[in-house]
Design a protein around this ligand. Structure first.
Ligand code: GLA
Length: 741
């Protein structure tokens, strides 16, 4: 890994074993983009890559020169309106109403490691040898604005992390109306665009299309990163697939409004922008003030989509998630939400917990409904004290009883919200986000607290930390169940209302930072009506997230498959729930529900007392299996093998670091009559190792399993399926392969 600056050609070359990223200071002082792709040799001069073209109806920068136009130049930090007409990386609204600026190179500084981003989540290094960073300072002379463009290249994988810090060194205030974290101009548009979109209970479904001239984008203006679109996008070469080919992944380490877009111009040049959504964003920068953008992470892989995902997994598991839970196997939990909803009391909870303990569950999680007058979603949010009628000994008493039973105890909060019917709101009715004179729209009868205000965050911190200090709580589920409307802060002046969305998220991060610092042993799980804020920003504070409110095993195939493109299995909250399923009334076999949930954090979302004796035996076996293979399932190298978006069957697998053990999950949605012979080609094994399948004892070489495949056809590939018990719809199997070397 190195970052080299060639003085003679003014070229920066960032490279490691996988990727090269080359930029240069151009004639006009701006930073040009020369190359981003597979690692190439370094040399003194790459200026030939700065292709120029004189074209009609083009505007040129220099009098008498018909070659240099920013419109036809690939750039790193472009502005609009000085010969470039595409969407810019930055826009500065000045006192005189102008939005024109001209950011020219001033200096740069190369250092080992990676500096922290103040107040924002970001990837990090533990030793300086893991990454190098170059900060390139540009300046706009007229306004005195400085832009510090930061690029960190990691030693491992094709990873480049970027952010921008903008400093107003001028004398007048300006308004930042666009401040993107990443801009990358690619020389062609021969890519397929993959986005991860959906809605509540249907998150991160893969959508793909060819890039075409014009603008394609995903984003959120909801205040949370959203169920609708994830702050993640992939460009892959059309010939690339899961196992081979060139892929670029773009991930935004942020939990609020975002925009990821690709603009393809008339000459098929592609400009990718990643950053805070410019709509609703307007940040006033007074003289001397600065603005830090969140981090964007770019991953290049020539090993296909799995290669890209594995790079994200390693990075986000080891150098984005933090704390003592980062590397630890996650507790098998039982959450009471789908078991009781709001209808419970302490004895009922103890009854559920006792059965869970008997089955081998390690952590009992008390979900919504334990506080204030919260007997439905209409009241009580904000009153973070236990309801004594339900829990006579309070949270402290309940947690103690759980501990006596040998269970850890976890608790649900929704810190950012209030119901109007709550004592909290009656005390602080002016603490919600609301625009004067306008309607106050609700979501699930709740309103959003103004987390842009420190006193609001302080008060919520006081209440939450009080409980966490007093009671033995080892896990917190942090929920967020509505998006923001009528966004306006009573504490900010008119010309700062465009800052509220971002200040809100900074407030959320601040509360997370304080709580995780004070309670480092508590495992945090993020949640936003399921997967409405499943993003890298959250992962920095909470190493796992509730992936979706849809707990149906079949739906989860798509949701977890899509989620795995960016996020590691250790972050994917996945539970076994009741049948028929509560979201869509589908009946699936208990083993299939577990076979899906194993590939994540694993737990139960149902009352085990409602199961039959035979089912309880099965649950006990499932928990034993999970405990035995949990490290491999949560921290192994994950491969997607067969996509639920492309057919009736899904397969994925995880492989241990020494490649001696692998677990394959195979799932079929609908059964066939007289079906085909079927095989799944595995991945990641050692070709020369022999692997024994634990279920049938058959021994095969790794190369057999990878090149000709694992045979998955069953008795339905014949004329009688009647006497075969487990070959119906929603069938699944787990194959454990152990090396006999
Ligand atoms: C959200 C969460 C659920 C549950 C409920 C409680 O919908 O996603 O898991 O916690 O809130 O109200």
């Amino acid at each position: 890994m190195a970052i080299i600056y060639h003085e003679s050609s003014k070229i920066f070359h960032l490279y490691n074993d996988t990727v090269s990223y080359i930029m240069m200071v151009m004639k006009n002082g701006h930073l040009g983009q020369l190359y981003c792709g597979k690692k190439i040799h370094d040399k003194e001069d790459f200026t030939y890559l700065l292709e120029k073209a004189g074209r009609s109806m083009t505007s040129y920068l220099y009098e008498g020169d018909r070659t240099f136009s920013l419109e036809h130049t690939r750039q790193e930090f472009p502005v609009y309106g000085t010969t470039d007409y595409r969407q810019p990386a930055v826009e500065v609204l000045q006192e005189n109403g102008s939005r024109i600026s001209d950011f020219q190179y001033v200096s740069h500084c190369i250092r080992a490691g990676k500096p922290k981003l103040e107040g924002l989540p970001a990837t990090y290094t533990e030793t300086d040898s893991e990454a190098q960073t170059v900060v390139i300072t540009l300046q706009d002379v007229v306004t005195g604005m400085r832009a510090e463009l930061s690029y960190s290249i990691f030693e491992e994988g094709g990873v480049i992390a970027r952010n921008v810090r903008l400093v107003n060194n001028g004398t007048a205030s300006v308004h930042l109306t666009q401040a993107m974290s990443l801009c990358l101009d690619l020389p062609d548009c021969d890519y397929e665009w993959l986005q991860f979109s959906g809605c509540w209970a249907r998150e991160r479904h893969i959508r793909h299309r060819r890039l075409v001239q014009g603008t394609q984008a995903v984003g959120s203006m909801r205040g949370n990163s959203s169920h609708e679109h994830n702050p993640f996008m992939v460009l892959k070469r059309p010939t690339a697939d899961e196992r081979q080919g060139e892929v670029l992944g773009f991930s935004f380490v942020y939990s609020g409004n975002f925009l990821i877009q690709a603009e393809v111009d008339a000459h098929d040049v592609t400009r990718v922008l990643v950053g805070i959504h410019p709509s609703c964003f307007d940040w006033k920068l007074e003289s001397g003030a600065s603005f830090q953008t969140p981090e964007a992470v770019l991953v290049y892989s020539d090993q296909g989509l799995n290669g890209m995902s594995q790079t994200f997994h390693r990075l986000y598991q080891k150098r984005l998630a933090r704390g003592c839970w980062r590397d630890r196997e996650r507790p098998i939990l039982l959450n009471n939400w789908e078991a009781t909803y709001f209808d419970f009391d302490e004895e009922q909870l103890i009854g559920i917990a006792a059965r869970a303990k008997e089955c081998g569950v390690e952590l009992f999680v008390l979900d919504d409904g334990w506080f204030g007058e919260r007997r439905s979603d209409r009241a009580g949010l904000g009153d973070w004290t236990a309801n004594p009628r339900l829990l006579p000994g309070g949270i402290t008493g309940l947690a103690e009883r759980m501990e006596e039973m040998g269970l850890q105890f976890g608790l649900w909060f929704e810190p950012e919200m209030v119901n109007k019917d709550s004592d909290f709101y009656r005390r602080h009715s002016d603490w919600i986000l609301a625009t004067p004179g306008r309607s106050q729209s609700h979501g699930r009868y709740q309103h959003v607290l103004d987390f842009s205000r420190k006193e609001v965050v302080d008060e919520i911190y006081r209440m939450m930390s009080g409980i966490l200090r007093e009671a033995k709580v080892s896990y917190v589920k942090w929920d967020m169940n509505r998006s923001i409307t009528e966004c306006y802060s009573a504490a900010l002046p008119a010309d700062r209302q465009g800052e509220v969305f971002h200040r809100y998220i900074l407030g959320v991060y601040d509360l997370y930072e304080r709580l995780t610092a004070e309670f480092p042993r508590v495992l945090f799980e993020s949640c936003a009506s399921g997967g409405g804020r499943f993003d890298p920003g959250m992962l920095y504070y909470a190493p796992q997230g509730w992936t979706s409110d849809d707990s149906d095993a079949v739906e989860r195939l798509k949701i977890q498959y899509g989620t795995s493109f960016c996020y590691p299995l250790s972050s994917i909250g996945s539970h076994v729930s009741a049948s028929p399923n509560h979201q869509l009334l589908r009946r699936t076999p208990l083993h299939t529900r577990a076979n899906v949930a194993y590939f994540g954090t694993f737990g139960y979302e149902l009352d085990l007392n409602a199961l039959t004796g035979a089912e309880i035996t099965q649950v006990k076996e499932q928990i034993c299996f999970m405990k035995k293979y949990r490290r491999l399932l949560q921290f192994g190298t994950f491969y997607r093998l067969q996509s639920p978006f492309e057919g009736n069957e899904t397969a994925w697998m995880t492989v241990s670091e020494d490649r001696k053990t692998a677990i394959v999950g195979w799932y079929r949605v609908l059964n066939h009559v007289n079906g085909n012979f079927a095989r799944v080609r595995l991945a990641g094994l050692r070709p020369d190792y022999r692997y024994r399948s634990v279920s049938d004892g058959r021994i095969c070489y790794g190369d057999e399993l990878m090149y000709l495949g694992l045979i998955t056809s069953d008795d339905t590939a014949s004329e009688t399926g009647m006497d075969v018990k487990s070959c119906g719809d929603f069938e699944s199997r787990i194959y454990v392969l152990e090396s006999v070397e």
